[in-house]
Design a binder for this molecule. Structure first.
Ligand code: NIG
Ligand code: FE
Length: 394
């Protein structure tokens, strides 16, 4: 590696996450390192060293330097739950929501996820690539360097594969790391409204095997909630997912408790997401497991739900907790994980250090880790520098 490829970023504070790989739980959720007047030296796409600025100046005297005085330098954010591929925004639902109509009721009236499905089916793959690229670029500008992205607005094989190929295409462009999830069980599609068991049959017999064969997805997710999928349907779908080598995840206990967290643990799911109504038994099960409790406070805030997941109890019982945006066209229109972290502190009573760990650090079976995010610094500069320009985070 030549000297010319070296870059040293000098910031007022460098936040690190010492302590080796593996999940963070309990008190360790708040364990971060803080280097005042710190620096990070990068060679090509590798972090060479991290330490006090003066030390790195002496050790690496002739590298190109970037002055980030007044800024905090952290790992890139890992947004582990997004629905970033979609067509139009569902702005029409906002007024209904303000008038007091609940999210699931709007869905029953033809809005919600199925409105996005009808829209996405009409769009070409290239159009979705172009629309999604712009949104993911904004995500990157807000500091996210790795994002999980779900399908789930196609709900028929050709359109689900179309979504997954969009994710693959954008990941291959290389400026953001994307991790794909198949979410064919997001809603019952309109054409199966009166014959839902046939749709579950087609998921299990046709779609999951085909998606697994395509190699386009790592995870298989289910929206388990009254009005979406039942616990029995979720079981059938996740059994098929496991049979075909896809790793389960569950949208669990978002508004009402369906013992979704417990089911996620039973299936060895990578994550149980939302958890606005998780039960005590669900918290205990998560605490004993490798399943990551992924909290999405942006959604419940945007929906005006007035109730947030019990982050403190999850952490105190020892569950591995992650924060994500749930970025989607209807219930969480934000790419801004910094805002999500801020909600986690003000509404969920997480400490800033816990929020930062939960938005960056590899926890349990999430695939993305701290090092991945840090390594992406060089590729995404300069927008990320700008957006991390706050000294108040720790
Ligand atoms: O995680 N709850 C289900 N899925 C998404 C919402 C997607 C949508 O409304 O389009 C969620 O909140
Ligand atoms: Fe979601």
């Amino acid at each position: 590696m030549s000297e010319a490829q070296r870059l040293v970023l000098e910031a007022s504070q460098v936040v690190t996450c010492p302590g080796g790989a593996g999940p963070r739980r309990g008190e360790a959720m708040a364990r971060i390192g803080l280097i005042e007047n710190g620096a990070v030296a990068i060679s090509g796409d590798r972090i060479e060293s991290v330490g006090p600025r003066d030390e790195l100046r002496t050790r690496i005297p002739d590298a190109e330097r970037v002055d980030l005085s007044g800024h905090v330098l952290t790992a890139g954010f890992v947004d582990s739950h997004t629905h970033a591929v979609f067509g139009r925004w569902r702005l029409d639902e906002y007024e209904l929501r303000c008038a007091g109509l609940p999210y699931m009721e709007i869905a029953r009236r033809g809005g919600g996820i199925n409105a996005s499905v009808l829209d996405l089916r009409e769009r070409s793959e290239q159009e979705l690539v172009d629309l999604s690229r712009e949104r993911l670029r904004r995500m990157l500008q807000h500091g996210t360097t790795t994002a999980e992205v779900k399908s789930g607005y196609g709900l028929r094989l050709e359109d689900e594969l179309k979504m997954l190929r969009v994710i693959q295409t954008l990941d291959a462009e290389g400026w953001i790391d994307l991790v794909p999830t198949f979410l064919g069980a997001h809603a019952i599609p309109p054409e199966y409204r009166d014959r839902r068991s046939e749709y579950v049959d087609s998921l299990v017999r046709e779609m999951i095997p085909a998606v697994a064969d395509s190699g386009l997805a790592i995870f298989c997710d289910v929206f388990l909630e009254p009005g979406a999928y039942t616990p029995d349907e979720t079981r059938r779908i996740l059994e098929a997912a496991l049979d075909h080598g896809l790793v389960p995840r569950i949208h669990a206990d978002e508004f009402e408790s369906s013992a979704g967290a417990e089911l996620a643990v039973e299936f060895g799911a990578a994550s149980a997401d939302h958890l606005g109504a998780v039960s005590d038994a669900g918290i205990a099960a998560l605490a004993r497991s490798e399943t990551v409790a992924t909290l999405l406070p942006g959604t419940l805030c945007f929906l005006g739900h007035g109730k947030f997941p019990p982050a403190r109890r999850l952490i105190e019982h020892g569950a591995a907790v992650a924060l994500a945006s749930d970025f989607n066209p209807g219930s969480s229109p934000t790419v801004n994980l910094q805002m999500v972290m801020s909600l986690a502190c003000s509404q969920l009573r997480m400490s800033p250090a816990e929020a930062l760990v939960a938005a960056t650090r590899r926890t349990g079976r999430q695939r993305c880790d701290w090092a991945t995010g840090v390594a992406a610094w060089k590729r995404v500069l300069p927008p990320t520098w700008q957006c991390l320009g706050s000294r108040t985070i720790v």
